[in-house]
Design a protein around this ligand. Structure first.
Ligand code: 5GP
Length: 209
C-alpha cells in the first residue's frame, strides 16, 4: 500500500467561527480513508467537547514536556493557549498511504508545508462578512464576550494570511462550501504523483506483446 499511494496532508484553516471544524469533520466522516489529526492543547474544554475527540487537553507543564520531547510536528500559541500537532499519527498514516486532515491555524499550515511540502495541500475558509463571523461566534456562545472580541481581532490577522494557501473557499452556505472542500480533496487525491500504482497500469496498457 505504502508504495502504491502517497498520503495527502490536507490542512484547513480559517478564523474561529468561519466553519472549518464542521466542514472538516463532515469531510472526514464521509471519507473513511481520512484521519483527523487530533491536536494537543492547554486550553480548557468547552461544553460538549470530549478528551481525545476535539483535542487532547493537557496542562501547560505536560505541553512543555511534549515540546521538549519533540513530540509535535508543529506547535503554536493561539489566543493565548498552546496547540500542537502530534507527529506520530501523521507519520503512521503517511506510511500506510492514508490521508490526514488538519484543522489548524496559519502558523501550523506553514510549518506542515515546510516539513512535508509535496504531501501538503492548504485550504483557507473565509467568512462571507465580518458581521456573519461575529453572528456565528455569538450564536456559538460557548465563549465569554471578551473572548469573542479577542477572536474577532484575531480573525482579521488570520485572514491576512489567506494568500499563503493553495485554495480559498467562501463559506456563505454550508452545503456549497462543503461541496467545494470535497472537490478539492478528490482532485488532490487524483494528482499523478500521489498514485504510483498508475505506473503499472500504464505499463500494462502500453505493453506491446
Ligand atoms: P479553538 O480553541 O477555537 O479550538 O482553536 C483555536 C485555533 O487554534 C484555531 O484556529 C485552530 O485551527 C487552531 N489550532 C488547533 N489545533 C492546532 C494545532 O495543533 N496547531 C496549530 N498551529 N493551530 C491549531
Amino acid at each position: 500500500m505504502s508504495s502504491e499511494r502517497r498520503g495527502l496532508l490536507l490542512v484547513v484553516s480559517s478564523p474561529s467561527g468561519a466553519g472549518k471544524t464542521t466542514l472538516s469533520r463532515r469531510l472526514a466522516g464521509a471519507h473513511p480513508e481520512i484521519e483527523l489529526s487530533i491536536s494537543v492543547t492547554t486550553r480548557a474544554p468547552r461544553p460538549g467537547e470530549a478528551e481525545g475527540r476535539e483535542y487532547h487537553f493537557v496542562s501547560q507543564q505536560a505541553f512543555a514536556e511534549a515540546v521538549a520531547a519533540e513530540t509535535f510536528l508543529e506547535w503554536a500559541e493561539v489566543h493565548g493557549n498552546s496547540y500542537g500537532t502530534p507527529r506520530a499519527p501523521v507519520e503512521a498514516a503517511l506510511a500506510l498511504g492514508r490521508d490526514v486532515l488538519f484543522d489548524i491555524d496559519w502558523q501550523g499550515a506553514a510549518a506542515i508545508r515546510r516539513s512535508l511540502p509535496s504531501e501538503t495541500a492548504c485550504v483557507f475558509i473565509l467568512p462571507p462578512s465580518m458581521e456573519a463571523l461575529a453572528a456565528r461566534l455569538h450564536a456559538r456562545a460557548q465563549d465569554a464576550a471578551p473572548v469573542i472580541a479577542r477572536r474577532l481581532a484575531r480573525a482579521r490577522e488570520e485572514i491576512g494570511h489567506w494568500g499563503e494557501y493553495d485554495y480559498v473557499i467562501v463559506n456563505d452556505a454550508f452545503e456549497h462550501a462543503y461541496g467545494q472542500l470535497e472537490a478539492i480533496y478528490l482532485a488532490e487525491r487524483l494528482k499523478r504523483g500521489r498514485n504510483r500504482w498508475l505506473e503499472g497500469l500504464v505499463r500494462r496498457l502500453t505493453d506491446q506483446d
